[in-house]
Design a binder for this molecule. Structure first.
Ligand SMILES: Cc1ncc(COP(=O)(O)O)c(C=O)c1O
Length: 367
């Protein structure tokens, strides 16, 4: 289904005829918040079962024209990614492990019966778009350009089968610092009524449907006074899986870290993978193994568990201070950020901002 790697995609550049005026853009990027402001341009690439990928364009960001019968609107054949362009200390911009997003995108595509996009085309689309709209890089301290690649099924057909036409897009959104200061601890609500992903389902894919299904459990968590929802496994309602948009790590008093294994029901986070590498480099033992909700409570109360943190592209590393459910609540460690959480966060942020040595070649500098 994929274009071969020896057939690289050339992008046609169609500059926006009336981009946002400089003064308006400057105002927008001074306080962008998250996901509300979009840049002048976007990437589009079409796919058809006879032609493969074609018409790669970087053109004006704007509304799409879709037939109301197109498959994405009915059967949710949609996948997406989320990554950021960072500003380095020397002023250049860089992407963090974008090839990992490209790879995960294709895994999601496989699960949703969608065509693969060559990894180098994915990365090139992101790279060129960020350079075209680099004036949109937020002026706020700690800001970044959030990058949203996605693919939708565009064929107008109401039968339930994989569509024969798709559109790949990339849009950009200037994002402020996720937290004003150091990451505050979040409180989480363990959902016992709703699950996120069952064995054999789409939990390991980044498809829109997973997030639609998480909205009610998330609203429940907020109604109970918590910041985030935490999902348990669908079979036994016992094993801790992940939050709505972040993976979890547990830190023990002997320095060991535990994180739920990638058995198909959680999203394989790129932050998760990077932190496993950084922690092991420090000499810490990291076990990818199941961890039960009851054990979490017992270990937090005995002090054997000293920290819990969540991680993902949006908030990097976030301490979990309080855990609540219908069975009551408990506090983890001091209820605030622990030492290991803070240290790993600082290490990762230093690599992403170019202030620490990039020993693994994770940064892709943009000219
Ligand atoms: C469900 C879920 N888990 C985990 C993550 C963290 O993944 P990453 O570190 O690649 O951002 C995300 C964010 O993309 C997510 O949506």
């Amino acid at each position: 289904m994929a274009d071969s790697a020896d057939n690289p995609i050339d992008f046609t550049h169609l500059p926006h005829p009336s981009p946002v005026p400089d003064a308006e853009r400057e105002r927008a990027i001074a306080n962008p918040g998250f996901g509300k402001v979009f840049t002048d341009h976007m990437v589009t690439i079409e796919w058809d079962e006879n032609r493969g990928w074609y018409d790669a364009t970087i053109g004006p960001h704007g509304p799409l024209s879709l037939d109301p019968a197109c498959a994405v609107l009915h059967y949710a054949q949609e996948i997406f990614e989320g990554l950021k362009a960072y500003r380095l200390a020397d002023g250049t911009m860089a992407l963090f492990r974008p090839e990992q997003n490209a790879r995960r995108f294709n895994h999601s595509a496989d699960r949703l019966a969608m065509p693969n996009l060559p990894e180098d085309a994915f990365v090139e689309a992101v790279r060129q778009l960020v350079l075209v709209d680099k004036a949109w890089f937020p002026s706020v301290d700690g800001g970044s350009l959030y990058i949203r690649p996605f693919m939708i099924a565009t064929e107008a057909f109401l039968g339930v089968r994989p569509a024969k036409q798709y559109k790949f897009l990339v849009i950009l959104s200037p994002a402020g610092n996720y937290f004003k200061s150091d990451a505050p601890a979040v409180s989480i609500w363990v959902s016992k009524d709703y699950t996120r992903a069952a064995p054999g389902g789409t939990g390991a894919a980044k498809c829109g449907g997973n997030y639609a299904a998480s909205l009610v459990p998330h609203a429940n968590a907020v109604r109970h006074g918590n910041d985030q929802v935490c999902f348990l496994d669908a079979a036994e309602h016992r094993w801790v899986e992940e939050l709505g948009g972040m993976n979890l790590f547990f830190v023990f008093d002997d320095g060991t870290l535990v994180t739920p294994p990638l058995t198909g029901t959680i999203l394989p986070g790129i932050t998760r993978d990077s932190l496993i590498t950084l922690a092991r480099e420090e000499g810490l033992t990291v076990c990818e193994q199941r961890y039960g909700i009851d054990q979490w409570r017992v270990d937090a109360q005995s002090g054997r568990l000293t920290e819990t943190f969540a991680c993902g592209t949006a908030a990097v590393v976030t301490p979990v201070g309080k855990v609540a459910s219908h069975d009551g609540e408990f506090t983890v460690g001091s209820g605030g950020p622990g030492q290991t959480t803070q240290r790993l966060r600082e290490k990762l942020v230093a690599i992403q901002r170019g202030t620490a040595e990039d020993r693994h070649g994770w940064l892709m500098r943009l000219a």
